[in-house]
Design a protein around this ligand. Structure first.
Ligand SMILES: Cc1ncc(COP(=O)(O)O)c(C=O)c1O
Length: 386
């Protein structure tokens, strides 16, 4: 047990009340009243054509791959610095992943390399807004349009973030949200598919309901429902939607807390960054970030490991993040090799995430900051002695 864990789920208001109401209503399977209210909330607050809750971000990405009719022989471009779900969703349909490197500043897909990765087989570009800071959508969309390729946003980190004033999740034809325990707004496990092109809505509802037109049946549009397409079961229980709605409704206080936490870390660690002893996150002025996480980039892999150990000795859990996908056993089986994505390979070994959750107190943060500063000072002393 850590005195300061990396993440701790919290409640913000009406979670218990809404779950009790869902139970009392006698409807706790999918697509009940609370699911509908979550859909409306997301559609209205983000300005998307359609939001559909799913059991995870992973499943929302799988739905995107199904909706795009991804098939063997297709290629999908993904950053190597991301979660396996971004690739798996498309490989389940038979696609081949093409790994892109990331930008050194925001750690988002390097848009300058994108055009060089597109081939006549490219069917989609998957964009991740790392740490809730928008990827360079102007260039990415221009490349996608030029080649007639779909853009899918994996917005697991970026709910309520904006790029040039426009909400993240509204750029791609589809985007996927995560409500996993570690996310700003959570229901333990959950996600959503956001659909920005209305032509896909009806099929999305069918794929999500085991390939049946049950959604239309429940709306009274057909007198019986039948099996009309392939599909799976991607809808979460209304109990989870009840929990989620309470969190969504508390969005302003959640985001304000996270902003305070992020800014505290930034302000108190900035002196170390100015002395070039570590690097802090970069948020370009045209991006309103989602305050999803706070990371440091340390001078070396060894120093990152030493920092993890020293924080651990002080009861603080800090964690690293993605290992390069192109170098993983699966990535290597597609020909990925060292040197393909140099920025990913370098950053992946040096990045460290600090504890970050809605109820993290300033006293706890002060403890984390002191432990980081103390570790950096110890390195300076060691260097002076050698
Ligand atoms: C970029 C990214 N995409 C997808 C996921 C998977 O989300 P979920 O657990 O909701 O499937 C994660 C996990 O945190 C992630 O970081």
């Amino acid at each position: 047990m850590y005195a300061i864990p990396f993440n701790r789920p919290g409640v913000r208001g009406n979670e218990h009340t809404y779950m009790t109401q869902a139970l009392a209503s006698g409807h706790i399977s999918g697509d009940g009243e609370f699911t509908r209210r979550c859909h409306r909330f997301l559609e209205q607050h983000l300005g998307v054509e359609k939001a559909l809750l799913t059991t995870s971000c992973t499943h929302a990405l799988e739905m995107a791959a199904l909706l795009l009719d991804i098939a063997p022989g297709d290629e999908v471009i993904v950053p190597s610095f991301t979660f396996a779900s971004c690739v798996n969703a498309f490989m389940l349909r038979g696609a081949r992943p093409v790994f892109s490197d990331i930008r050194l500043d925001t750690l988002n897909l390097d848009e300058a390399r994108l055009e060089g990765l597109v081939t006549p087989r490219t069917k989609a570009i998957v964009v991740v807004h790392y740490a809730g800071v928008g990827a360079e959508m102007d260039t990415i969309q221009a490349v996608a349009r030029r080649h007639g390729v779909a853009v899918v946003e994996d917005n697991a980190h970026g709910l309520f973030g904006r790029y040039r004033g426009r909400p993240l999740g509204t750029f791609g034809i589809f985007s996927a949200l995560s409500f996993h325990e570690t996310k700003n707004v959570s229901c333990g496990e959950g996600g959503a598919l956001l659909i920005n092109d209305i032509r896909y809505v009806e099929r999305a509802e069918i794929l999500r309901e085991k390939g049946t037109d049950r959604s239309r049946f429940f709306r009274g549009q057909v007198d019986k429902y039948s099996w009309v397409d392939i599909g799976s079961s991607y809808l979460p229980s209304d109990l989870l939607a009840a929990f989620l709605l309470a969190q969504l409704e508390a969005r302003d206080t959640i985001q304000a807390s996270r902003r305070r936490i992020w800014e505290y870390y930034y302000q108190h660690l900035e002196p170390l960054a100015c002395e070039r002893r570590l690097r802090l996150p970069v948020v370009p002025p045209h991006c309103d970030q989602a305050y999803h996480m706070f990371y440091l980039v340390l001078p070396s892999r060894e120093q990152r490991q030493a920092m993890i150990e020293r924080l651990k000795a002080r009861g603080i859990l800090s964690v690293f993040h993605y290992l390069p996908l192109h170098l993983s056993p699966m990535g290597a089986s597609f020909g990925g090799k060292a040197g393909d994505c140099p920025v990913t390979e370098d950053i992946s070994g040096r990045l460290l995430r600090l504890p970050f959750y809605n109820d993290l107190s300033e006293a706890q943060q002060a403890h984390v900051v002191a432990a980081v500063a103390e570790t950096v000072e110890a390195w300076a002393r060691d260097r002076a002695m050698t």
